[in-house]
Write a protein that binds this ligand. Structure first.
Ligand code: SAJ
Length: 406
């Protein structure tokens, strides 16, 4: 039986996917409200295809509880927040989850860590904790790192089709977990050692962060001399060995905006390119703020209260606001004691910022300038409603002739 610990953005889809493929799964989470919702058959966040997967998993008998189960396999997918000052990962949730697992684990059980951790965490923290509890790694329990790779917005598809990495101390344990993931994963599953698996996860996200930073830097260079960064990237990408990502208002989410800092934190004198890239990305919300002021001046707009941000989530078509560039921009504005901009996001139903609207029409009626922060499908479908607005399009989706860009 597989006990999935932590039913958030990664643990829940993984638990559902395994159950839907005939594996006996119990999902455990300390949040009682969340567990109750799942027990009643309600999804806890919005993601394409997950409702249907929940129903399939329910039919196969998945259970949700706040209790750790007696099991031979555990998948730990609890949060790993990071400290913004030290740039180090806070592994305390993972440590606590593993300590709890030890209380119920069958002899020889495998504890699979899916949570993103900084390279070396398993050696530095988890092995000693397990030993301190009186257990022997490799005999009483086994450790595996199977970093998740799915992208919010396309999780169900990617769970099935992405290649995966399994880091284990021994081939036998690695193959056992490979077979478990192979029950639903059609991609190639590579078995390697734990340190390599930890590093690959962070390196993958760092590669993307550096590539986005390059695009953001190009956007700034092009702004300086009035060149079209999108056209330049488009043409460069026609070269067979060039693949530049897109500039944007900043990098959000819990991964690409966070993981590369682990390398900077652990190797400060070596990780120079990564450090600069992260600073470039982190500076983008302020760059957008400056663009707003420049454009307001150019257009003779005086009232900052009639400027609105479209989109509060960290990217399109998800309801996740972690490290979102829009929130960073509003925070920065607040620090400068400025009147906060108006804001609207179709995915955010609770009030999370001042001057927030919950209806697109009302939002548009209340503003003269719209800053497109996120390219949700909704705004693409209602583009015609923006014809009488001054537009700063940070996502390059607006087809009008007169549009301001980054
Ligand atoms: N972004 C840009 N320009 C781009 C692409 C993205 O500015 O060309 C921005 C997005 O708007 C967003 C941020 O970057 O704010 C990150 O979005 P994303 O779609 O690139 O990635 P995430 O954070 O949703 O998911 C990433 C994925 N990692 C990689 O692609 C290497 C996913 O596969 C991982 O599972 C996930 O991190 C994770 O949990 O680690």
């Amino acid at each position: 039986m597989v006990n999935v610990i932590g039913l958030g953005y990664i643990g829940l889809p993984t638990a559902l996917m395994m159950a839907a493929h005939g594996i006996e799964v119990v999902g455990t989470d300390c949040n009682e409200q969340l567990v109750q919702m799942l027990q009643k058959g309600h999804m806890t966040f919005e993601e394409k295809g997950l409702d249907e997967l929940l129903h399939r998993a329910e039919k196969e008998g998945i259970e949700f509880t706040t209790e750790y189960q007696v099991a031979d396999t555990y998948i730990v997918s609890v949060p790993t927040p990071y400290d913004k000052f030290s740039k180090k990962v806070d592994g305390s949730y993972v440590v606590r989850a593993v300590q709890e697992v030890l209380k119920t684990a069958l002899k020889g059980a495998v504890i699979v860590i899916e949570s993103t951790i900084s390279p070396g965490t398993i050696d530095k923290y988890l092995r000693p904790v397990i030993q301190m509890e009186g257990f022997t790694v490799g005999d009483d329990v086994h450790l595996v790192h199977a970093p998740e790779r799915i992208i919010p917005g396309n999780m169900v598809y990617e769970l099935i089709h992405n290649n995966r990495t399994i880091g284990a101390d021994s081939r036998i344990v690695g193959e056992r977990i490979k077979a478990l993931y192979g029950s639903f994963c059609q991609g190639e599953i590579v078995v390697t050692d734990i340190r390599t698996a930890e590093m690959t996860k962070v390196v993958e996200n760092t590669y993307r962060a550096v590539n986005i930073a390059f695009a953001n830097e190009l956007a700034k260079i092009c702004r300086h001399d009035n060149m079209d960064v999108y056209e330049i990237i488009r043409i460069c990408n026609m070269h067979p060995r060039v693949n530049i990502l897109q500039p944007g208002p900043g990098v959000g989410g819990h991964c690409i905006s966070v993981d590369p800092w682990f390398l900077v934190g652990d190797y400060p004198s070596l990780a120079k390119v990564i450090d600069e890239s992260m600073k470039t990305n982190d500076g983008m919300p302020d760059f957008v703020l400056n663009r707003i002021y420049e454009i307001m001046k150019e257009e003779g707009l005086k009232d900052i209260g009639r400027v609105g941000l479209y989109g509060l989530t960290y990217k399109e078509n998800v309801d996740d606001m972690r490290e979102s560039p829009a929130l960073q921009l509003l925070e920065s504005q607040k620090r400068h004691l400025a009147v906060e901009l108006k804001a609207y996001d179709p995915f955010i139903r609770k009030d999370v910022v001042a001057n927030q609207y919950h209806d697109l029409e009302e939002f548009l009626d209340a503003v003269d300038m719209v800053v497109i922060m996120v390219k949700h499908e909704e705004i693409k479908e209602h583009m015609a409603r923006l014809t009488d607005k001054v537009i700063l399009d940070t996502q390059n989706i607006c087809p009008f002739e007169k549009v301001y860009h980054l």
